[in-house]
Design a protein around this ligand. Sequence first.
Ligand code: DOR
Length: 431
Amino acid sequence: MSRILIRGGRVLDPAAERDELADVRIEGGHVAAVGAQLDAQGAEVLDASGCWVTPGFVDLHTHLREPGQEYKEDIASGGRAAAAGGFTSVVCMANTQPVNDDPSVTDYILDRARQDSPVHVHPVAAATRRLEGGVMTEMSALVEAGAVAFSDDGHTIMDSGVMRRVFEYSRLVARPVIVHAEDRTLVRDGVVNEGPVSTRLGLPGNPAVAEAVHVARDLMLAEVTGAHLHVAHVSTAEAVDLIRRARNRGLHVTAEVTPHHLTLTDEATLGYDPNTKVAPPLRSAEDVRACREGLVDGTLDAIATDHAPHAVHEKEVEFTAAPPGLIGLETAFAVVMDLVRSGELTPLQLVARLATNPASVIGLGAGRLEEGGVADLAVVDPERSWTYDPAKGFSKSRNSPWAGRRLAGRPVGTLVGGRLVYHVDRGVLVP
Ligand code: DOR
């Protein structure tokens, strides 16, 4: 087992409110010591001066595309992209082919992850068969196989009776239900946020109220069933407001927001770039402001990427025909550093939203950096500037709105179970 000394970094552990310059010694897969001027004792030394040393990031929303769409991504390439982004755990969505609605698929994903992925992979199982919103999946068998939550993400369960049952059964297995809140009857063929931008583009609009209507319904159903509702990729001011009020009333609701919904408005779509097409769509400046406020005041617990790879031949078509989604694992940290630079979040608060809080949403024993704890860690340089070229990244896909952009902030090392799995100069090192 490797021994590593991470030297001279700013150690950030939100759970203990620790923020100090220190060395971190790792032995036997665990954090053996945190303190000033630790002796290397023959361990490999990783220089972290100018860097933050944090719990490994936890992504609550990744599409790994395996099984079935390995031309877009697979568990190996998605796992490598995650490691390069400072993530040590990813929660992967069920809209694979076949859908992860059966324990055999959950088993397959976990098996491949053990062999192929440098980071931990936690599968989300579908809430309904084939994501069709009609017949519920066998939740207890799926949890036994290793599913950590239930979601029809990519689709919305429109039948409120089915949704109620999903919430009821989720309580029996004590797992969250992650909802993709877009009322299909309001979205219809909308492809960009409904408003001045959709009018200028001459494209069908997807109204903000399509999200709010659904969040309101699911909050009510979660309340009557006592279930844990987790709202995926919140994008509107109305949804933030509804969630804030529900939390104040004591409902068990958690929520995530993506780097793109925190930093890009619908104006980014004005050039008809299909890499800015995403579901839910990029919204107005007011919505972005509300999402940022929600993240700052704790209404939104976590930053989650919604890493959604699509192949070049699928994306390089006219805007209406392109599938929604963008990749985000490798750029997430740099993009959300914007909230630290603006003074809205302290470094410790940002790390809470990237690591500690998402781990607690799904009850993972991760997201900490403490003596005796498992050494799943990220070493990130908050200033390092780089030009993002998806062709040089680890994802198989290229669909990023940040392609070619100069970014500041970059993971330089990622450790999983005490092993260095990624180093910015050496690439991905295992498996
Ligand atoms: O933009 C999106 N793409 N949103 C989703 O919810 C699904 C995802 C995908 O699977 O491509």
